[in-house]
Design a protein. Structure first.
Length: 231
């Protein structure tokens, strides 16, 4: 498990540390399962292409039928795992940024109630807000830092923030296509949970955002550790 070592007697409250650890374990487990499900789905798609080619003129297309039946279930599972991964990963980022910011600014620990709220799936607007925090500026500079490390960190966070911005626009487009009453504007989409606005018959709203979000969720605890050790 990729999670930094923290001194239990350090500045993190027990509830903060336990929540960060638990979310880290949850999203890593979901991430690995999603990667496996995605590989299975890709393999079945390739099998379906082969079946179409070789069974185009046969009276017994059972191979193709079997692949299609399996692929249908695999696609549903891949979407289910991805949405589970999104829920825990987005929460890990929002909680992690809140803890990182309060440690960097030497503020009192978050209350148990606040931590509990931040462990829930954030709205797209809440996630966008967390990604807008200048994390790169809060991290101490390394003694032998990589050239432009701070700028590189800021760029990576900005790209994911832009991805979440695009996801909000996509949610609005889906609502319009579905002739839904809500959300009709980007502002309304900001108050939505992605897992509730990603219909199985549409392209995934999380596409292009989930994978880089994993990386940010994984690096935030190490950023907190850097602030604590000033390294």
């Amino acid at each position: 498990m990729r999670f930094p070592r923290f001194d239990e007697r350090g500045p993190l409250a027990t509830v903060e540390l336990e929540a960060l650890r638990s979310l880290n374990a949850a999203f890593l487990a979901a991430r690995y399962e999603w990667l496996s499900a995605s590989a299975l789905w890709d393999r079945l798609q390739s099998g379906g292409d082969v079946a179409e080619l070789h069974e185009a003129h046969t009276m017994f297309p059972f191979y193709g039928q079997a692949v299609q039946e399996i692929a249908s279930g695999a696609m549903a599972y891949e979407r289910h795992v991805a949405l589970t991964a999104w829920r825990y990963t987005a929460a890990a980022v929002v909680l992690g940024v809140a803890v990182l910011r309060r440690v960097a600014e030497a503020k009192p620990p978050l209350s148990a109630a606040t931590v509990g709220e931040l462990c829930q799936e954030p709205t797209l607007g809440q996630l966008h807000g967390a990604l807008s925090v200048p994390v790169a500026d809060l991290l101490p500079e390394r003694e032998h830092s990589i050239l432009n490390e701070r700028e590189d960190t800021a760029r990576r966070w900005a790209r994911v923030r832009d991805g979440v911005d695009g996801a909000m626009e996509f949610v609005v487009e889906i609502a319009a296509d579905e002739e839904a009453a809500h959300p009709r504007t980007k502002g309304e989409a900001a108050g939505c949970l992605l897992t509730e606005h990603c219909p199985p018959h549409t392209d995934p709203v999380y596409q292009g955002v989930l994978e880089p979000l994993f990386r940010l969720a994984e690096e935030v605890p190490f950023g907190i550790s850097r602030i604590i050790t000033k390294g």
